[in-house]
Design a protein around this ligand. Structure first.
Ligand code: MN
Length: 163
């Protein structure tokens, strides 16, 4: 009797899983090819691993970006802002007119819309971060000029401070 009951429960479970189509998506690691950070927008060796695109419910994109020592983004702005979450290494982030600031694993960085900035590894250590970048009118970034070695190795950017 116990065996029959167990069989009945098992069959009921199979039936219920068969009729329930899952809506939750698991997008496996390794299913999205890595891409090299384009020369036009980055200096040095940068690997971009796409995590997810925006969709009708989520107006941001996710990516994991890995910078070798010395590598960094070009100057850029985000029309609707960006969150960075550092996952490994040691990096720098700097907004125009501001100080170059060290970022480490676990740090969460919010850059508001329209703020000109760059982010990357330090000169001596690599750095990886998640980038969650909000979309506005189909765009999430506006690229500008490269970060010069002088800017990269200096402490303060050229900008409103005049330094
Ligand atoms: Mn950015």
């Amino acid at each position: 009797m116990r065996h029959l009951l167990g069989t009945a429960i098992s069959l009921a479970l199979i039936a219920s899983t068969a009729v329930h189509a899952e809506s939750t998506q698991i997008m496996p690691g390794g299913s999205r090819p890595s891409a090299k950070g384009p020369e036009a927008n980055f200096t040095g060796s940068v690997v971009v691993d796409p995590l997810y695109p925006s969709n009708e419910h989520t107006s941001n994109t996710g990516g994991h970006v890995t910078f070798e020592p010395g590598a960094r983004s070009a100057w850029h702005t985000h029309p609707a802002g960006q969150v960075l979450i550092v996952t490994s290494g040691t990096g720098w982030v700097q907004e125009e007119g501001g100080a170059k600031r060290v970022i480490r694993p676990g740090d969460v960085i919010w850059t508001p819309p329209g703020i000109k900035h760059w982010h990357g590894a330090t000169a001596s250590n690599g750095m990886s971060h998640m980038a969650i970048t909000n979309m506005r009118d189909g765009r999430n970034v506006d690229w500008m000029e490269k970060v010069t070695d002088e800017q990269y190795l200096g402490g303060r950017s050229n900008g409103s401070t005049g330094n």
